[in-house]
Design a protein around this ligand. Structure first.
Ligand code: FUL
Length: 412
């Protein structure tokens, strides 16, 4: 039999995929100006959170079941949340803590104390920095900023490179991603240069189905022709991350904006279509002008975390195993309406098509037919009474290896 060459994740990608849920925090100059994309002219004088508490951000993230938090160290306006040596346009020039504060440090520390992982977003597009128009000079500037962040704040789980505003611009991606590999070899690289994880393609938090870990989008979704020449460096295994703000279309905090808060139902729909389709979910919750996550958002996101737990923390039964057919027997007749499937992805994504069936009146009844399983697939179907259910893999590459096959009965 010929050996099967399947794409496989790295140890770091495996760890990251197991995290499943991250919290994004957009905070900075925009927070104080009721805007999403500052043009880089707002005065540092306006950066004055009155009671900033990163512990509250990290505590909320942890309480709601998030395993990592990513902070916008610098957004497109160029204002830096850490006292960088590269520019005066930072917290150093603000009245907050008399210019002696460091939001990145406080946030990294808070995450460590709460036991969640920390990552950073550093916008390549910089609307403030005068040297931005000089590609070579700005590459140096950006590399220095990135090095400060990669070396000064402990282990990072992810570095988020945003493509917005950079259409047509050529950065030295090899140099940039080499820095991440050198200083933070365990960090995921989001979507640029030599990405190890990819953008799902929308900001609604919704993955298509199937969403294969080996999709080729990451190799073609870049912004310049030059970057295309780097794309062969993209590994074959590139899992997707779904990002979405908890307040519709708003990444930064805005006054009187509670009406745009997503409902619990909308969040659950996002969960089923992101984590439930094998991707990570990165949900944005923005601190307000106090430097705190607003009470309404905190309440909603905790409700969200609790609802996930309510639905999926107590399986009726579960097994793991290998082969084309895995059967779960239950000692009595029960109602079920959900199944969770997880492949042992360390050995590649093997299942290509499957059917879930339940035994009823001596016959097997089809409940769901699917293609990808990958890290996780959550299937929801009409409630059925049964004591036997099976997963039949119709098509696979190599022997299917299931890490988890579990059943649930979710009550309204
Ligand atoms: C986009 C940005 O332009 C938004 O402001 C936000 O940062 C989002 C996550 O990515 O591309």
């Amino acid at each position: 039999m010929s050996k099967i060459e399947l794409a496989k994740p790295t140890r770091q990608q495996l760890r990251w995929q197991d995290l499943e849920m991250g919290m994004f925090c957009h905070f900075g100059m925009n927070t104080f100006h009721d805007q999403e994309w500052g043009d880089g002219t707002d005065s540092p004088d306006s950066f004055l959170p009155t009671s900033l508490d990163c512990r509250q951000w990290a505590r909320t993230a942890k309480r709601a079941g998030f395993k990592y938090l990513i902070l916008t160290a610098k957004h497109h306006d160029g204002f830096c949340l850490w006292p960088t040596k590269t520019t005066d346009y930072s917290v150093k020039s603000s009245p907050w803590k008399d210019g002696k504060g460091d939001v990145v440090y406080e946030c990294a520390e808070a995450c460590r104390q709460e036991g969640i992982l920390f990552g950073i977003y550093l916008s390549p597009w910089d609307r403030h920095e005068p040297c931005y128009s000089d590609e070579k000079a700005y590459d140096d500037f950006y590399a220095e900023q990135l090095t400060e962040l990669l070396t000064g704040y402990g282990p990072l789980v992810e570095v988020w490179f945003d493509g917005a505003g950079s259409e047509g611009r050529e950065y030295n991606w090899r140099r940039i991603t080499d820095l991440v590999a050198k200083y933070q070899p365990d960090a995921m690289i989001f979507n640029m240069g030599r990405p190890t994880i990819r953008w799902v393609g929308n900001e609604s938090g919704l993955a298509p189905y199937p969403c294969w870990n080996t999709a080729t989008e990451a190799r073609v979704s870049m912004f310049t022709n030059d970057m295309l020449t780097w794309l062969p460096d993209t590994p074959k295994w590139v899992p997707a991350e779904c990002d979405v703000p908890i307040r519709k279309l708003h990444w930064f905090w805005h006054p009187d904006d509670e009406k745009s808060l997503l409902t619990l139902e909308e969040l659950m729909n996002i969960y089923y279509k992101s984590v439930g389709r094998g991707t990570n979910l990165l949900l944005n919750i923005s601190p307000d002008r106090r430097g705190l996550l607003p009470e309404a958002d905190v309440e909603r996101v905790i409700e969200f975390g609790d609802e996930i737990k309510r639905r999926f923390s107590k399986p009726i039964n579960r097994i793991s195993g290998e082969g084309d057919c895995l059967e779960l027997e239950i000692s009595e007749q029960v109602q079920i309406n959900h199944a969770i499937l997880m492949e042992e992805i360390a050995e590649g994504e093997r299942v290509r098509e499957y059917v879930l069936e339940a035994r009823q009146d001596g016959k097997w009844v089809e409940l769901v037919r699917g293609s990808a399983i990958g890290h996780k697939k959550i299937d929801c179907f009409e409630s059925i009474q049964t004591d036997r259910i099976r997963l039949r893999v119709v098509e696979s590459v190599g022997i299917p290896l299931l890490r988890d096959f579990s059943l649930y009965c979710v009550k309204e």
